[in-house]
Design a protein around this ligand. Sequence first.
Ligand SMILES: NC(=O)c1ccc[n+]([C@@H]2O[C@H](COP(=O)([O-])OP(=O)(O)OC[C@H]3O[C@@H](n4cnc5c(N)ncnc54)[C@H](O)[C@@H]3O)[C@@H](O)[C@H]2O)c1
Ligand SMILES: [Zn+2]
Length: 314
Amino acid sequence: MSTTSADLPTETLGVVAHGAGDLRVESVPLRRPAASEAVVEIAYGGVCGSDLHYWTHGAAGESILRAPMLLGHEVAGTVLRQADDGTGPAAGTRVTVHPATPGGNVPRYPAGRPNLSPGCTYLGSAAQFPHTDGAFTRYAVLPARMLRALPDGLPLRTAAVAEPAAVAWHAVARAGDIAGASALVVGSGPIGALVVSVLRLAGADAITAVDVHDYPLTIARQLGATATLKADATDAIAAVDADIVFECTGNRHGLESAIRGATRGARVRRAGVAALAFTVASAVLSTGMQAGTARTREARPDKTEPVKEVPKNA
Ligand SMILES: NC(=O)c1ccc[n+]([C@@H]2O[C@H](COP(=O)([O-])OP(=O)(O)OC[C@H]3O[C@@H](n4cnc5c(N)ncnc54)[C@H](O)[C@@H]3O)[C@@H](O)[C@H]2O)c1
Ligand SMILES: [Zn+2]
């Protein structure tokens, strides 16, 4: 299969967030690929919590829409046209997409973690301006380095979950040794459910999932949760006394439950993203709990400190 630039459509259908409550499926220009870019025919896209935030609030955490932006960073499809420079998968290859581009030459971020670099961009993210368009489009022009060939037999529909699954793998990996631990997962949406799944594979002994609604808890049980609790069962959450806690709601009530359900010295990881600015009592932090995850910084156990978000993608 070979498609020249001249064969490519000049427009494609896309899902564009124009502002809070204003989401449109409309025709958008399909730019000509640079030498290092491929064209992918998108088959499936997963709707992330962040996409919903842009749609319903016009913002995801501190990333605020200032101009219309194509949504979508959880996608899978087939390469229609390989990059001209010969890099990346050939036409016809089924792929998923790594949606991050590390920032340029900036000095302050941990070695080996370019995802924390200031200026890091993400498909379908308003963290920077101009915003970075996403890939909820029929055709997407993408850097070849973003493409990951899929194993034979993995359906494209399933492959669309690769990005949130990677978020869950990353969050669990950063929590250290899981084998034999008791884990609490607060929020059982897609991210929390995938965290439950990865925890089970990583050998957690007990996994308690929490949510406001019954349906996400049913999914969590199917994926390996050994117990489930409703979010208002505060005493039962406190009694979990977990070694490792994952906050996967993105709201302050979820964070409160995460702290409540942690044992002394527990590891608490936040995957949820939200514009939060509030104070965590020193009495709680002085239990020696380690807070922080993918997208948050370490909380200091020695003092009361406001918890703030840092740019996404840890
Ligand atoms: N760190 C990352 O790289 C990363 C990547 C993707 C998404 N996220 C963030 O993770 C969070 C979760 O993502 P998602 O796609 O699963 O979102 P989602 O909104 O689909 O799921 C959140 C779940 O939390 C539940 N919930 C809400 N309040 C709760 C509470 N107080 N206690 C218990 N459960 C509660 C909801 O009922 C829902 O089931 C979002 O904030 C999203 O922005 C982070
Ligand atoms: Zn996502």
